[in-house]
Write a new protein. Structure first.
Length: 401
């Protein structure tokens, strides 16, 4: 599938719209636009590497969850696959998501399975999603598979939203600290320096340091911006490499305060994904591979790969997971109970629920703990600047006295 940027007029409102659509060729793109109620004006193949094209075609997590939930409801109500997809096209407000559904519909009507059609959009549907759809199609329980996917995606989204929410307040405080420091450096410190220069006095050491930093920020600000830009771009590129991913993965697993939070997140995600895959009939080794990938942490994933090799060699899952460095104890314990009772997927689901509940509590605790730490840091920085500014003023007053 190719991406095409287009300019078209809405046949109902007459409004001119621009966007990106996916199709086999420009003629197919024009037909899709007409079917959507647009009159194409221009259609050009988009630059696949363009950041604008990627942004315009990006499907939001919320839209994917809504699509999956509605799809499960329609299939569960007995609608044929093609009819369900047409209904979803009409109900979907997000243009990128609608383009994806239209492409899926075209391929399904051309004889492709739903799993094959969805696999053409790897940036929207991951391997876990595709495997559950494939299992659902094979067993005739596609609606249940989609419902499980929607439930899982909603839990993941809620969890990440809580983590981001816990970091929002510290981020605001940090921004305030930076703003105050910049204001003091740009507006206050230069005035103190000028005052001392006029009186021929020597500034205290701490104030001289501030003045040097202030002069650099005021007169060499463009160098600061260039340096920040170069460092930012270099870091982004570095973290796209395997070495960078490994560094970030290790950082998350060892960073003070947050390491236990990430550890619970990865264990909960692994156990929940395993439960979902095993309950739909996916083979154990394949489920382990995909559940490891679902954690999105290279180091944790390597531990799962080692456990996978032990299972392949004949060891039970609980024993294979038991000695892994980043595997929390409840997961292998519940896996062992599941092996004995024949309900391993159910037991892993309970382990995931325990860690998800603990994660909620830890997020609240960390959020509460970070606030006073940031306040102390802010008080220390601003206190140092104020002291460095007031020291020369008191010295001047003393000398005049």
């Amino acid at each position: 599938m190719r991406r095409y940027s287009y300019r078209a007029k809405d046949s109902k409102t007459g409004k001119v719209v621009k966007g990106v659509i996916q199709a086999e060729n420009d003629r197919a793109a024009g037909k899709l636009l007409i079917d959507q109620g647009f009159i194409p004006d221009s259609i050009q193949q988009a630059d696949e590497n363009s950041w604008l094209a990627k942004l315009q075609s990006k499907v939001a997590t919320k839209d994917k969850i809504v699509f999956t939930r509605q799809f499960a409801t329609l299939i569960g109500a007995g609608l044929p696959l093609s009819n369900a997809l047409r209904t979803l096209i009409e109900q979907t407000q997000s243009r990128p998501m609608r383009n994806v559904i239209e492409d899926i519909l075209n391929m399904v009507e051309a004889g492709k399975s739903l799993q094959e059609a969805c696999s053409k959009h790897p940036d929207v549907f991951d391997q876990v999603y595709l495997s559950l759809i494939q299992a659902g199609e094979a067993s005739g329980t596609l609606d249940l598979a989609l419902k499980r996917l929607a439930d899982q995606k909603e839990k993941d989204a809620a969890m990440m939203s809580k983590i981001r929410g816990a970091l929002t307040y510290p981020g605001i405080v940090l921004a305030v600290i930076i703003a105050v420091v910049v204001f003091m450096m740009v507006m206050v410190v230069p005035q103190v320096s000028d005052l001392y220069n006029q009186m021929g006095q020597v500034l205290p050491g701490a104030t001289q340091v501030l003045v040097a930093i202030s002069n650099f920020v005021i007169h060499q600000w463009y160098i600061v911006l260039v340096m920040l830009g170069v460092i930012g771009i270099a870091l982004v590129q570095f973290f796209k490499t395997d070495t960078g991913k490994r560094v970030m993965a290790n950082f998350k697993l060892h960073v003070p305060i947050f390491s236990k939070l990430f550890l619970r997140l990865y264990n909960a995600r692994f156990a929940r994904t395993m439960q979902m895959l095993l309950s739909t009939g996916v083979a154990l080794l394949e489920a382990m591979r995909m559940a490891g990938e679902a954690t999105s942490n290279m180091v944790y994933q390597e531990q799962i790969t080692l456990a996978q090799e032990k299972v392949q060699a004949g060891k039970p899952l609980s024993e294979a997971l038991k000695d892994k460095k980043y595997m929390m104890p409840l997961v292998p314990q519940m896996a062992s109970i599941g092996e004995e009772s024949g309900k391993i997927d159910e037991m892993l689901g309970k382990a995931a629920q325990v860690y998800e509940d603990e994660l909620d509590e830890q997020i609240a605790t960390i959020s509460t703990m970070i606030e006073p730490i940031l306040m102390v840091i802010m008080a220390g920085l601003i206190g140092f600047i104020v002291l460095a500014v007031l020291m020369p003023i008191y010295s001047l007053v003393s000398s005049v006295g």
